[in-house]
Every structure is written in C-alpha cells, then in structure tokens.
Design a protein around this ligand. Structure first.
Ligand SMILES: NC(=O)c1ccc[n+]([C@@H]2O[C@H](COP(=O)([O-])OP(=O)(O)OC[C@H]3O[C@@H](n4cnc5c(N)ncnc54)[C@H](O)[C@@H]3O)[C@@H](O)[C@H]2O)c1
Length: 347
C-alpha cells in the first residue's frame, strides 16, 4: 500500500517509516522539518521512499496523489508545546488535521489513522477501573484538548467511504534517531545518568501509562491494514496494561538500573492533576496481529545502553537537540520561523 506519514521527521516518525517499510509498504513522508537537524543516524532506520517538505496547514490535493492511506503524526506534540500559544496548538493539531482529512476524503483515501493520546483521559487518576475507550474524557491541556477536538471532527467525517482510526497512545519512551529527553522515562534516566540525582518535583503519585515507540508504530501498521469492520471509526488505547505506572514507580525502576543514583521526591511542584490509568485490553484483542511488546524494564536497558555508548555526544540532554520546546523557541528566536511557526522564506 502507498502510505503517507505526516510528521515523519519527529521522534516517532523514524520507527513509523521502519515499521511500514518492513511490512512491505511504500512510504511518503510529509513534514515541515522543525527537528530536521536534531538527528543522529542509527542502524536499522532509513528515509521514506519519497519526501514532501510541507507545513501541514498548507497541504494541497496534489500532495495526496498516489496515496492510499494516511498516518497522521504531525502535531505540536506535548503539553509544554501548548504553552507557546494554545491557539497554535489548535491551528496545527486540530484545524490542519481536519482540513487534511477533508482533502483525503475528497481524494478517495479511505483509511486515516490519527495519532491521538491517552492524555485525553486527563485527571481520571485511579478512580474506578482503568480508563477504557468509553471512559469520560477530561483534557487538562491545550494539547489534550486538541486531540479530543480532532477525534470529534474526524468522527463527524466518517462514513462508508472514510475510515478514521484513533490511536490513543500512552506517553512514549524508547530510543529514536530523533531522540527526546522531554518524556518522562528518558527525562528521569537523563537526570540520573548525567547528574547522579533524580529529583521528582511532584509527589510522585500521578499515574502515567507508557508505550515504546516501536509498539506505537506496529499498532499503526495494524490499524492501516485491518478490515474496516474491525477498526473504522474506532478508538484504541495503545500500550500495555502492565505499563501503567505511578511516576514514583518509574523513577524507582530507573534507580534500580543505576544503583549509584539518589532519588529525591520533593513534592515542591505540588500535585500534578494529570493522572490517568488506562486499559489496553481492546487493542490487544481487537487490533489484528498487535501486542505491545516493550516493558519499562527493557526500555530502560535500551536507553541506558544508548547513553553508555556515548550518543549524547557534545549535547546536554536538556538542550534543544533533545527538548522540543527549546528547539521551537530557538527557531523563533533565530527568526527561522514566524510567530505562527511558519518557516520563513529565505531572504
Ligand atoms: N511522544 C509521545 O509521547 C506521544 C504520545 C501520544 C501521542 N503522540 C502523538 O504522536 C505524534 C508523533 O509524536 P512525536 O513524539 O513523534 O512528536 P514530535 O514532536 O517529535 O514530531 C512531530 C513532527 O510533526 C512535525 N510538525 C509539527 N507541526 C507541523 C506542521 N505545521 N506541518 C508539518 N509538520 C509539522 C514536526 O516537524 C515533527 O517532525 C503526535 O501527533 C503526538 O501528539 C505522541
């Protein structure tokens, strides 16, 4: 199948390209390239078959020629990015996604797999059973709100000819050629590995389900290729039931891997209202051929091995090379992008 992957030059993108190519699909990537330079070649990852440098807000029908399915990753992709300007998160994550979906539908592209997020469950915490796909949504950030709104807009477009699928991914972890340290597992490991101290500023109690980016990618391959009756118009929480952790438990697992590291739970930032425990049973039983494979334990080993192999090179793990918000702020400060983070034409 000829698959368009938007946002392929991000953290998850390289795994997505790899999973689709390994499954025998032809991949076109589409990305504006905010993180193009934040990359390190890693074995096993190759570019897409074709690439379009495009702001997702400016996609045209011509960009969708020859495309049979879309995996839509392009987004301002976490809570802190929503702080730049919530309106931008809405414009890119929701408005542009729905415009893309409308163009796709007009072009006869049936399957539209959307990278949503478990953060839509917000503050459900450990009240009652873990949140399944029917649980009440409780978006607590501009980012989470953008995912809720996009799902609703896509659902309104769904019919016999248009088959959106909502992949509600847990918080990602794992090694990527575009590595991130603004995600909880990597962040805790980064602090421990480089300073010998992990300081958790919350009280450590919030629940945060996690998923490896390789599992996110394989879930999307399953969602693109599954029969319509199984997936069309459906949401799937993507993760593993045994990867629901409190922040404190993730930190303790990291300390178990780096025994000389000291753990301090300071609580100085107060309680974090974002806390959600999630059921991943539906994807495990209903997404054909998909089981999330990566445990936290295995993921910690992978990331620590990456650090021990010297992949940080000259970079600070908290620098813009690894932290999305800082890279976008850099692009703005250097005027590579305008106030709407549109790439400026060369002078
Ligand atoms: N990483 C996670 O923990 C996680 C968890 C749940 C869901 N998701 C979702 O998965 C998707 C991929 O996440 P990621 O971690 O790879 O994010 P990322 O920020 O690393 O990558 C996003 C990519 O989208 C591109 N992009 C952003 N705005 C664009 C625009 N206007 N036009 C074209 N391209 C644009 C960026 O250049 C970047 O390459 C996102 O939709 C995200 O919300 C991620």
């Amino acid at each position: 199948m000829r698959v368009l992957i938007t946002g392929h030059l991000g953290y998850v993108g390289p795994w997505m390209i790899r999973a689709f190519k390994e499954a025998g699909h032809h991949v076109t990537g589409l990305d504006v390239g905010y993180f193009r330079e934040c990359v390190e070649e890693l074995d096993g990852f190759t570019p897409p078959d074709r690439e379009r440098v495009r702001d997702v807000r400016d996609v045209s029908a011509a960009d969708l020629e020859d495309v049979e399915a879309i995996v839509h990753l392009a987004a301002l992709s976490n809570d802190p990015l929503g702080h730049i300007d919530p309106a931008l998160t809405h414009a890119i994550n929701t408005e542009a996604s729905l415009r893309l979906a409308g163009l796709a539908k007009s072009a006869g592209i049936r399957r539209f797999v959307f990278a949503s997020s478990c953060s839509i469950y917000g503050g459900v915490g450990d009240k009652g059973a873990p949140a399944d796909e029917q649980a009440t949504m409780d978006p607590l950030s501009a980012y989470a709100r953008s995912k809720v709104d996009t799902e609703a807009g896509l659902a309104a477009l769904a019919d016999r000819d248009f088959e959106p699928v909502f992949m509600r991914n847990a918080t990602a972890f794992g090694v990527s050629p575009r590595m991130r340290f603004d995600l909880v597992v990597q962040n805790l490991i980064g602090w421990g590995f480089t300073t010998g101290v992990i300081r958790v500023l919350s009280d450590g109690t919030p629940w945060r389900p996690i998923v490896h980016i390789a599992d996110m990618a394989r879930a999307c391959v399953a969602a693109v290729t599954a029969p319509a009756a199984t997936v069309a118009g459906q949401a799937f929480n993507v993760g593993r039931d045994d990867n629901n952790f409190r922040i404190r438990e993730i930190a303790e697992t990291v300390v178990g891997k780096l025994p000389s590291v000291r753990l301090e739970i300071t609580g100085e930032a107060g309680a974090d209202p974002r806390s959600y425990r999630v059921s991943f049973a539906k994807a495990a039983s209903a997404l054909p051929g998909f089981q999330a494979e990566w445990t936290l334990d295995r993921g910690c080993d992978e990331i620590i091995e990456w650090l021990r192999a010297g992949h940080l090179r000259e970079h600070d793990f908290q620098s813009r090379f690894f932290v999305r918000l800082k890279q976008l702020q850099h692009l703005m400060a250097e005027r590579f992008v305008d106030e709407e983070i549109r790439v400026r034409a060369p002078a």
